[in-house]
Design a protein. Structure first.
Length: 243
């Protein structure tokens, strides 16, 4: 989910080339209009590729996605959500409490907290029968309450913290349904994407990653996890992050 830009696109390209990936489903709100995805579809691929327009904040859209995917795949082994929202034309991360607004908070929570778990809800019938079944979603280190030393960014921090709690709760239910399931909250590091671009000025040298590096690192973290790690919060280098 979120396969048409930045980290999502880098993950899509890597997964499409992996010989052990039989079928790869790529989703985003307007993925059918993406030139990058069209180029990926036209290139040789180890996997059979499918695309679906789907909005992670729209339950009807997610329901249609799940129904369409179930027509060609009986179960999913891996789901990765890369959708996140820090700013757009009307939303900006708050520097002070006075900038906090209800519409801004609700918008951030809809995408960053509610969206991932609603995606899991829609796809649960395709995950409960898989062995293994991995559900991974991009969180952010700023969502760590214990690691919050700078303040600011109220809505984004809180929404990512809420996502972490929702994923942790999901991991408990999924292990009851499928003991071989793994649910992960992942921090990709500061990556050169549209989300981070206005805020890269204070990033230390060598700490701004390319989307391709982030994608490679995240896939390595996912591959190294087992069911005993389910419900954990991990950085791009495999280190755990405090809640």
């Amino acid at each position: 989910m979120g396969a048409s830009s930045d980290i999502g696109l880098a993950l899509a390209r890597r997964l499409a080339a992996m010989p052990n990936v039989r079928s790869l489903t790529l989703c985003a709100r307007r993925i059918s209009a993406s030139a990058d995805i069209a180029a990926l579809l036209a290139a040789p691929s180890a996997a059979t590729l499918h695309i679906h327009d789907a909005d992670i904040t729209d339950e009807e859209s997610l329901g249609r996605l799940a129904a369409e995917v179930s027509l060609y795949i009986p179960s999913l082994h891996l789901v990765i959500n890369t959708v996140g929202l820090l700013h757009d034309d009307v939303l900006a991360p708050e520097k002070t409490l006075s900038q906090l607004t209800m519409p801004g908070m609700l918008r951030s929570f809809a995408v960053n907290a509610c969206g991932p778990v609603l995606l899991a809800k829609a796809l649960m019938p395709l995950l409960r029968r898989s062995n293994p079944a991995i559900f991974a979603s991009l969180s952010a280190r700023v969502g760590s309450i214990g690691d919050n030393r700078l303040g600011g960014w109220y809505s984004y921090r809180a929404a990512k913290a809420a996502q972490n709690q929702l994923l942790r709760t999901l991991s408990i239910e999924m292990q009851r349904i499928n003991p071989n399931s793994i649910v992960l909250a992942l921090h990709p590091g500061t990556t050169d994407t549209r989300l981070s671009r206005p805020f890269q000025g204070n990033v230390p040298a060598g700490k701004l990653f390319t989307p391709d590096f982030a994608a490679e690192s995240l896939l390595q973290v996912i591959a190294a996890r087992s069911p005993v790690d389910s419900g954990g919060f991990y950085a791009w280098d495999g280190q755990t992050i405090p809640w």
